[in-house]
Design a binder for this molecule. Structure first.
Ligand SMILES: Cc1cc2nc3c(=O)[nH]c(=O)nc-3n(C[C@H](O)[C@H](O)[C@H](O)COP(=O)(O)OP(=O)(O)OC[C@H]3O[C@@H](n4cnc5c(N)ncnc54)[C@H](O)[C@@H]3O)c2cc1C
Length: 681
């Protein structure tokens, strides 16, 4: 299959594919609480559910509704994947929300944005000067690029998530540093006001952020608090007259930190528990203006990439914040912060698809003109395979980005797992694609003039900020497990009173009985996909069933301690990513085939290839979980037992000359891999 795909990877196929995409895209409780080992960040995310900024059409689902069994029901595909329960409503058919008029407007805005980037903005100059040129900023304000999703009543463009994603894709294609500036302003900077602001807060701040040329920033990270966001130390206490909160503390690495006038700041506040009367600190979100006084920022950070994006420390010294500027309620700040981040993630996937498209195009242009050994290098299988893989990763990431944005526009509020998956996948895909583009260009790719080294430097951060990919993998696995666990617990409870719960018990018992006698209980995707995709859909369906069984096995085996099994959780998350991506491309390609789009044959091939590869990887990861092998799909086994792992970690920490090598995947792997055979048996 892959050979077939790479034979399409020449200039023509690539051109057709991209042109067509352009056209088309216009369009328990496992009681986690007791486990201190998991950061509060993760736990917070597990509790949080994102909220759509502006549902375009009537709610098509209930966020969470109580099922007959008492456990929460979600309509989201990814959540239900963990229960082995196929809920395809958000996946099939490929969601589309834009009306003709909205599509036309989007196309116009995309054109204007593209023209701005090709004719006004100079990413090289921005990078060299470590700041965005003022003429670029002026033009962006004029275009309304800082106010894409602010409602028109507050002077913004009032765009849907899908429209915003299209614009962000254009930004990602040209200048990620400008993208982070725009994103820090609207994806996270004032997003809290959009999601949680009172009418007064919206009326006061949104027009200023839309057309008043006042930049916004999101201030969460502190020197001792990154992934563990709940551990922030900045503190705000009520003034004696109860008119203000007095804020003290500091933040680090804040995008737009040196230029922002409006800031969403998170700080601990003393909160009295109404039940016990005890006082304890809880995080609260505040809208802080630089003009309040007591707010200073450090010099711009020197960074690997994103050089023209302004990143600074911010210090708060006795800042007087009016009580009216509490955002989302006292003590609710953690939820506010996590919702903002969840809500903004789909934009990152869209930006990454723009980046992948641009760098792949550059690599293809080179490959189709560069002659070596008397031949164009795109005639070599090695180069063809690279381009095929790059196109494939791009197609998958793009399919997810627009599936999620459309679901958000349709009113879904339960998209946090899908958004996290798309962020992890697309940031890693973009890194790989950019790296391979440089490889295809050879020495030329390494030269500054070529422009790819800047993109490689810029793209690296996307695996780190707005939730590191490592944390997001754990978040995906633990949130899903928690959901599945709550349903299993309901089943346990039902057995205590079987007479009253016969329906539930029979349903579950039948599911397990079918499984145990080997009869296929795979949910059939056939009615949902184009007939020619049936074999690929069968692979996805098999992975789906395997996944649900694996989760149940983990719950039974580890119970509450599953939160400590990060080796296993990571592999579970990787399998979840592979399964969701299969669904996204199956759905999108079905649409292409049904509409008989010119790109359909190529999309078809890509989806067949992807399903073959992804299902194999998913099986490998899931088998490793069931067999207790603590390796990964790269074919290496790291360690056999957590005890050994702890030894390796502590050994590594105290022996600076120690070189850790991958342990071969063999039965006695525990004894190898340490320089000088220092590993004790
Ligand atoms: C250019 C740039 C711009 C930024 N902009 C902003 C901004 O605008 N606003 C803002 O608030 N912040 C911002 N940040 C901060 C960013 O969000 C944090 O860097 C990020 O959340 C990670 O935190 P950390 O760097 O402290 O890493 P840490 O949390 O210290 O993590 C270090 C490593 O340990 C891993 N790790 C941590 N905990 C666990 C765990 N429980 N299990 C397994 N692995 C774990 C992480 O995945 C990571 O690999 C920015 C950072 C950069 C570099």
């Amino acid at each position: 299959m892959f050979t077939e795909l790479i034979s399409h990877a020449g200039e023509k196929a690539f051109h057709i594919y991209h042109e067509c995409l352009n056209i088309k895209m216009s369009v328990l409780r496992i009681n986690l609480r007791s486990k201190a080992v998991v950061s509060k960040y993760l736990l917070g995310n597990v509790k949080c559910h994102a909220t759509a900024a502006k549902p375009a059409v009537k709610h098509v689902e209930k966020d969470e509704r109580a099922s007959h069994s008492g456990a929460k029901e979600s309509e989201a595909f990814a959540m239900n994947l963990f229960r082995g329960n196929l809920r395809g409503g958000q996946v099939f058919p490929y969601p589309e929300v834009l009306t003709e008029e909205q599509s036309e407007l989007t196309a116009m805005l995309v054109d204007s944005m593209d023209t701005f980037f090709t004719e006004v903005n100079d990413p090289v100059l921005n990078d060299d000067n470590e700041q965005v040129e003022s003429k670029s900023l002026e033009a962006l304000w004029e275009l309304g690029a800082f106010a894409c999703q602010i409602p028109q009543e507050f002077s913004g463009l009032g765009l849907l998530n899908t429209q915003y994603a299209r614009l962000v894709e254009v930004v990602g294609k040209h200048d990620l540093s400008v993208g982070v500036m725009l994103g820090a302003h609207q994806s996270i900077g004032f997003k809290g006001i959009l999601l949680f602001g009172t009418p007064e807060q919206k009326a006061k701040y949104l027009p200023r952020a839309a057309v008043g040329k006042e930049y916004a920033a999101f201030c969460l990270t502190e020197p001792s608090s990154g992934s563990d966001a709940g551990s922030i130390k900045s503190r705000a206490v009520l003034s004696p007259d109860k008119e203000h909160y007095i804020l003290n503390g500091s933040k680090i690495w804040i995008s737009n930190g040196g230029i922002a006038e409006i800031m969403t700041v998170f700080a601990q506040t003393p909160v009295v528990d109404p039940k016990t009367g005890n006082q304890r600190d809880q995080v609260t979100g505040f809208i802080v203006e630089r003009g309040f006084g007591g707010v200073t920022s450090g010099p711009p950070e020197k960074k690997l990439g994103l050089k023209s994006s302004n990143t600074t420390d911010i210090f708060f010294e006795d800042v007087k914040i009016p009580v009216d500027n509490v955002l989302g309620g006292v003590g609710e700040g953690f939820k506010v912060a996590m919702n903002i981040l969840n809500n903004g993630r789909f934009g990152m996937a869209a930006a990454m698809t723009g980046t992948m498209r641009a760098v792949t195009k550059k690599a293809v242009e080179h490959a189709t003109t560069r002659i070596q050994f008397g031949r164009r290098i795109d005639s070599f299988g090695t180069i063809q395979e690279k381009i095929a893989k790059m196109s494939l990763l791009h197609y998958v990431a793009e399919s997810m980005a627009y599936m999620i944005s459309a679901n958000m526009d349709k009113g879904s509020t339960d998209f946090q797992l899908e958004a996290a998956i798309s962020k992890v996948f697309s940031s890693e895909a973009a890194w790989h694609v950019c790296d391979e583009a440089i490889q295809i260009m050879g020495g030329m790719g390494y030269m500054k003039d070529c422009g790819l080294e800047r993109v490689l430097r810029d793209v690296r951060i996307f695996r780190i900020f707005e939730g590191t990919n490592d944390i997001l993998r754990l978040f995906v696995a633990l949130t899903g497990i928690q959901y599945a666990g709550s349903h299993l617990r309901e089943l346990q409870k039902a057995f205590k009173n079987p007479a009253a719960n016969l329906g539930l018990i029979f349903g579950e018992a039948t599911k397990r009985a079918i499984r145990s006698v080997g009869l296929s209980s795979s949910p059939s995707l056939s009615p949902l996909v184009h007939p020619s995709l049936a074999p690929s859909a069968a692979l996805a369906s098999k992975s789906f069933v395997h996944f649900g069984q694996t989760v149940e096995g983990m719950l039974v085996k580890y119970g509450r301690s599953v939160v400590d099994q990060q080796f296993l959780l990571n592999r579970l998350a990787n399998a979840a990513i592979d399964i969701y991506t299969m669904m996204a491309v199956l759905s999108r390609t079905t649409r292409a085939l049904q509409l008989d789009l010119p790109s359909a044959p190529h999309e078809h091939l890509m989806t067949q290839t992807w399903c073959q590869e992804a299902s194999q990887r998913a099986a490998q990861n899931l088998n490793m979980i069931s067999s207790d092998q603590q390796g990964d799909s790269t074919g290496f086994t790291y360690v056999k037992a957590p005890k050994n792992h702890l030894f390796l970690v502590s050994y590594f920490a105290t022996h600076s000359d120690y070189t850790y090598v991958h342990l071969p995947n063999s039965a006695d792997s525990g004894a190898r891999g340490v320089k000088g055979s220092a590993y004790p048996r």
